[in-house]
Design a protein around this ligand. Structure first.
Ligand SMILES: Cc1cc2nc3c(=O)[nH]c(=O)nc-3n(C[C@H](O)[C@H](O)[C@H](O)COP(=O)(O)OP(=O)(O)OC[C@H]3O[C@@H](n4cnc5c(N)ncnc54)[C@H](O)[C@@H]3O)c2cc1C
Length: 502
């Protein structure tokens, strides 16, 4: 048998997930030999690219779908609280790296941008008021403000108020502590930092084409996309951080835990505006309610985006149906993912989600005029010439077995790992990049359980002085950690010119 190269860890894909896990593992054990393998010629070329996602630092401050209303009218804020504390854990990791000095500035990837929720109509206003009353009592949302006052709304969202009927019922909440995150810049900063450490390599234009069991670990086939040459690398642990393409790789691994999973790809588009006269009148991420019957990923929002020092506006997303698992993928991705073990769940999802499929097809068929009509619900005076259409990243939603229905569609993310902890894959899309650090900590606790409890425990406590559960319940701890993170990430005011949370 040919003598293969050997490393401790192979990470497939150079998006935010692999970049985060690789840097975290090297912090915990600097002696690890590790290789990141990326198909494209740079990092963050798929969903983690800043124009392929909305760049919202999801912290439950504005997303109305995180606070569902029960039949009795009560509002459940648990999911919003959990995502908020997960984002705080991400900030702890970035703060730790920023303090090291060798990582680079956090200003290149995180910018303070207020988060607003906005509703129209009497029912919408009643919901938002009720939601505000439930939320602002929790320490994570203590700074939330509510208003129905038109003059105040004009101050909060000056672009969105002119051109509305004077008697239109409308309300908003605002939290100044929101952020816009350039996940592409963050990914590339993490990869650069990783490459500067011994025994860590990031290899571009290389595709993982095969995975097979070898001893306690795996043999990984890696093909050079330019020369066509293939090399075999042995790894004790493999992470499938291939975004939408993680599913076919997971299937290739053949692990028992992969059986029954399928993928439902959803494409997306945005309207983007770079006109400085328009851009300067909107400094916020404003989220509203999804149309009745539409899926959670179609919640409309009008966002300030800060990418490579330039500010733009993004509106959308407009969802669509495709059979590709990656933006740069193949139309055969979906048909080739059908297996004997997942055809049942996939057919069940197709049967039970006809409305969703119809909705996605109707979204794809929209004209520019129809897209502008949706934008004008937010910004009544929007002019067509200021906006252009951009293609967003792919989201491959998870299809999984369900004992009652046969199969269900899941809109969150799911970490699938081999029983022996030698391989893990991340499936799904949302809330995604913002909670990467929590997901990777979960992976470490599952796949490196013994080390996490023993030799890595002290370092984990140093990097993460507080985890999600404690932050959810301990107000004083939350306030201290939040203040420390905001200071390390330069999110608080340093001078009168700097825009900030303060
Ligand atoms: C429209 C949209 C809006 C979103 N908005 C937000 C938001 O506002 N906030 C937020 O937090 N999250 C958001 N997300 C989610 C977020 O973008 C993703 O969760 C995150 O970027 C996923 O990162 P990843 O590293 O798993 O995948 P990716 O960034 O997609 O990276 C996967 C990489 O794997 C590579 N790859 C694939 N197959 C192979 C192979 N066989 N060999 C080698 N390399 C391979 C790909 O080329 C790619 O570079 C959004 C996503 C979308 C699509």
């Amino acid at each position: 048998m040919a003598h293969n190269e050997a490393v401790d860890v192979v990470l497939v894909g150079a998006g935010i997930m692999s970049a985060t896990l690789a840097v975290l593992l090297k912090e915990l054990d600097p002696s690890l030999k590790l290789e990141v393998v990326e198909l494209m010629d740079s990092g963050a070329a798929e969903s983690s690219n800043p124009w392929n996602n909305a760049g919202t630092g999801h912290a439950g401050l504005c997303e109305l779908n995180y606070t569902p209303q029960a039949a009795d009218g009560s509002i459940d804020i648990k999911k919003a609280v959990h995502i908020n504390t997960q984002f705080e854990v991400s900030k702890e990791f970035w703060s730790y790296l920023a303090k090291k000095g060798t990582f680079g500035s956090s200003k290149s990837f995180i910018t303070p941008v207020p988060h607003l929720s906005y509703v129209q109509g009497e029912a919408g206003v009643a919901f938002l008021k009720h939601r505000f009353e439930a939320m602002h009592k929790h320490h994570a949302f203590a700074a939330m403000e509510y208003t129905e006052d038109k003059a105040k709304l004009a101050e909060w969202m000056p672009l969105m108020m002119p051109g509305r009927p004077a008697d239109e019922p409308i309300a908003a909440t605002r939290v100044m502590q929101g952020t816009d995150v350039n996940f592409g810049a963050l990914t590339n900063q993490l990869l650069k930092h990783l490459s500067s450490t011994p025994d860590a390599q990031v290899k571009y234009c290389k595709r993982v084409t095969g995975l097979s069991r070898k001893g306690q670990g795996w043999s990984v086939s890696i093909k050079d996309v330019n020369t066509g040459n293939t090399r075999e690398v042995d790894a004790k642990f493999v992470f499938l951080g291939a975004g939408g393409a993680a599913l076919p790789l997971l299937q290739m691994s053949g692990i028992e835990e992969s059986k029954g999973f399928g993928g439902f790809p959803v494409s997306g588009q945005w309207l983007r505006c770079d006109n400085p006269e328009v851009v300067k009148r909107h400094q916020a991420k404003v989220y509203s309610q999804a149309a009745v019957g539409s899926p959670p990923m179609s919640v409309p929002h009008l966002d300030t985006r800060v990418v490579d020092g330039k500010t733009s506006l993004l509106f959308g997303p407009y969802a669509g149906f495709t059979t590709k698992f990656l933006k740069h993928g193949s139309f055969l991705d979906l048909p080739l993912s059908v297996r004997a073990a997942n055809i049942g769940p996939m057919l069940a999802v197709a049967r039970d989600n006809m409305d969703l499929t119809k909705y996605l097809v109707s979204e794809v068929m929209q004209s520019m005029e129809q897209r502008l009509a949706s934008l004008r619900r937010f910004y009544p005076e929007a002019k067509a010439e200021d906006w252009r259409l951009e293609v967003a990243g792919q989201r491959v939603q998870i299809i999984k077995k369900d004992p009652k229905k046969g199969g269900v569609l899941q809109f969150g993310t799911e970490l699938v790992s081999a029983k022996d902890g030698s391989l893990a894959a991340l499936l799904g899309a949302s809330p995604g990049a913002s909670v990467t650090v929590s997901i990777m900590l979960d992976l470490i606790e599952r796949c490196f359980a013994d080390k996490a409890r023993n030799e890595w425990a002290a370092k984990l406590n140093e990097i993460f002085p507080a985890r999600e559960k404690a932050l959810e319940t301990d107000a004083q701890l939350y306030q201290r950690i939040n203040a420390q993170n905001n200071e390390s990430l330069e999110l608080v005011e340093k001078s009168s010119e700097t825009k900030s949370f303060a």
